[in-house]
Design a protein around this ligand. Structure first.
Ligand code: SF4
Ligand code: SF4
Length: 300
């Protein structure tokens, strides 16, 4: 009999692209062995249709790239919302959030937009000259979005300003929170994630290991249709170790209720955390419990 814990996930990440116009120091992209590409609109619609049928709760349209680089991102949101997905969000670095894209997003029905940097944090995230010219206008891009939203008489997308707690930003956090409180709908301080040990991050507290909630609740579809079990999976060795299947030729139901995922979940429930070598030394499974304890949302 199948374990009652093996259910279709309720939270999905769909990756419109793994391309980005920046190169942040805490970003896992540079460790990713996967080719850079953009999801086709047909594949996107196929995936979303299945998620609508499965009545999932939330879709995040980002993974390891900048969603606003995808020329059809607003159309993607519109398709997902029209189809009935209850909560659609994504995270952006806001460099491409100009007047047109802001209007498109407001009209698309997007529920929430996480903005992962502002002009004070960007220079610490992005070492080197790459984004310097882009940074000056970041705050203006965010403020314009909020202004347009108000003018449109809409509360959506909710704007969440986010700062990552790390050595370089520790001294900026209070000022960041004060600056955006009352302007953004939400201001969050996120822990630095290690992406299963690929990025150097502060040590987590020493808990007895438990099953990772991501295995139970999350599904991920990468730009080329590869499906994995966690938003922190990157194909660092180019061996597709964490890929459960591919959505271009297999249904998501077959992938997520299939033998491979069932075995992973059952192994973890038995305390065999080596069943997925990628997860073996990952400390990030702690974050879900940390968030429950601190009450801070965890919003990759
Ligand atoms: S903006 Fe996001 S995806 Fe792009 S390099 Fe920075 S962290 Fe990575
Ligand atoms: S253990 Fe780490 S890599 Fe594995 S599913 Fe959990 S968060 Fe993801």
């Amino acid at each position: 009999m199948m374990s009652p814990f093996v259910r279709f996930p309720t939270i999905f990440y769909i990756e419109p692209t793994n391309d980005c116009n920046l190169s942040c120091i805490m970003c896992p992209r540079k460790k990713n062995g996967k080719a850079v590409g953009y999801m086709s609109f047909d594949l996107f619609c196929n995936v979303v249709d299945q998620l609508i049928d499965q009545k999932i709760l939330q879709v995040s349209l980002h993974l390891t790239g900048e969603p606003l680089l995808h020329p059809r991102i607003a159309e993607m949101v519109r398709y997902a919302k029209k189809g009935g997905l209850p909560y659609v969000r994504f995270a952006t670095n806001a460099t491409l959030l100009n007047e047109d894209s802001a209007k498109d997003l407001i009209e698309s029905g997007l529920d929430s937009l996480t903005i992962s940097m502002d002009s004070s944090t960007a220079p610490y995230y992005c070492s080197g000259p790459t984004g310097k010219d882009l940074f000056a206008g970041l705050d203006q891009n965010v403020r314009r979005l909020i202004r347009l939203k108000n003018r449109h008489g809409s509360n959506f997308p909710e704007v969440q300003m986010q700062i990552i707690r790390m050595e370089q930003t520790q001294g900026l956090i209070d000022e960041f929170v004060t600056r955006w409180q009352g302007i953004a709908d939400q201001v969050t301080v996120q822990p630095l994630l290690s992406w299963a040990g690929h990025i150097k991050a502060p040590k987590k507290r020493g808990r007895r290991r438990l099953i990772c909630m991501n295995h139970l609740t999350q599904g991920v579809v990468q730009w080329d249709g590869d499906v994995s079990f966690c938003c922190l999976y990157i194909d660092s060795r180019g061996d597709s170790e964490g890929v459960l299947g591919n959505a271009t030729h297999t249904s998501l139901e077959d992938i997520f209720l299939g033998t491979r995922r069932r075995k992973i979940i059952e192994a973890q429930l038995r305390g065999n955390y080596d069943a997925v070598p990628y997860c073996k030394n990952c400390p990030d499974w702690n974050d879900f419990l940390d968030c429950l304890q601190t009450g801070e949302p965890h919003t990759l």
